[in-house]
Design a protein around this ligand. Sequence first.
Ligand SMILES: Nc1ncnc2c1ncn2[C@@H]1O[C@H](COP(=O)(O)OP(=O)(O)OP(=O)(O)O)[C@@H](O)[C@H]1O
Length: 346
Amino acid sequence: MSVPGGGDLAIETRGLRKTYRSARGRSVGVEGLDLQVPVGGVHGFLGPNGSGKTTTIRMLLGLVRPDRGTATIFGHEVPRRLPEVVGRVGAIVESPKFFPAFSARRNLRLLADAIGAPTGRVDAVIDEVGLTGRSKDRYKGYSLGMKQRLAIAATLLKDPDLLIFDEPTNGLDPAGIREIRQTMRGLADQGKTVLVSSHILAEVEQIADTVSIVARGRLVAAGRVADLVGAGSAARSVRLRVAAPDLTIATSVLETGGLLVRREHDALVVDGAADAAQVNRALGERGVWVHELTPLQADLESVFLGLTAHETPGGHTHKGGRTKRGGPPPEPAHAAAQAPISEGEA
Ligand SMILES: Nc1ncnc2c1ncn2[C@@H]1O[C@H](COP(=O)(O)OP(=O)(O)OP(=O)(O)O)[C@@H](O)[C@H]1O
């Protein structure tokens, strides 16, 4: 899908940098960030706490001025040309203020008046976020999830093409998280672009088409979720079960073949196995029969933790221990990090 004057990108930043003054001098919020968000779909903007997601979003919305670099929304440079494009953008950066004693509908009518959106949109956006049955109840009686859905409804009043949600599921219970996820997916399925920041991968993996992963203010990986996860599986692991007396000999056979083997309860997990059949054959040739052999698929969380492990307290803890990385990685290090997220874009 192409956008007049905007190519295929809803958002693009190049070399974006923002530092803050602090007691210890200057601290870096965002350091040379190159971000590309394709038009249409859900784009997860992922990173550990303090990695610069909110700072980036605030720069895109003209709330914080970058020290260096450029940013565009639908091809319009921001903040300089933000007024030309702001009508196409809806965002939740902080919890919006609603009148506690008013209903969702009354709050949105007031807001629509204030921002010049047609009041005829109010019922439609309430329906969009699934609040129709409660739209006449007072805001103060809403659950956190309902309040957040109302906040999303407010961003939809002007029927924007781009929605930017900063950690929209913070503080919500699993049911609330699911509702917000469905709402975001539904918006993307209508052709809108949804940029959603999060430090919780599982929340985003199920609905995101593409992601950008940041650490310490820099991009460390970007691309389609399937590509990132697929590349994470390149050094594949398999889980296998053999009869208990064979565990030791199986371990020794595989280690002699140069594979990394670890015990996981009564199973063995073999890291770096290019091919499950090869593992099976090596064991069969030594008279060890495999009862069960399961290739393990990397998930987005293991990719994320592998790329940002140095950011997390306690270091490298992640599922399966497969994508461990040490050292200072903030260059895009993942194979998929170089993959363009929209065809024809460098
Ligand atoms: N107003 C500010 N003054 C000083 N430092 C700031 C300010 N805002 C952000 N920072 C610093 O910039 C860095 C990036 O923060 P930012 O809030 O953008 O990260 P984030 O990825 O959104 O984190 P979180 O998930 O915790 O919200 C952090 O080190 C933070 O302490």
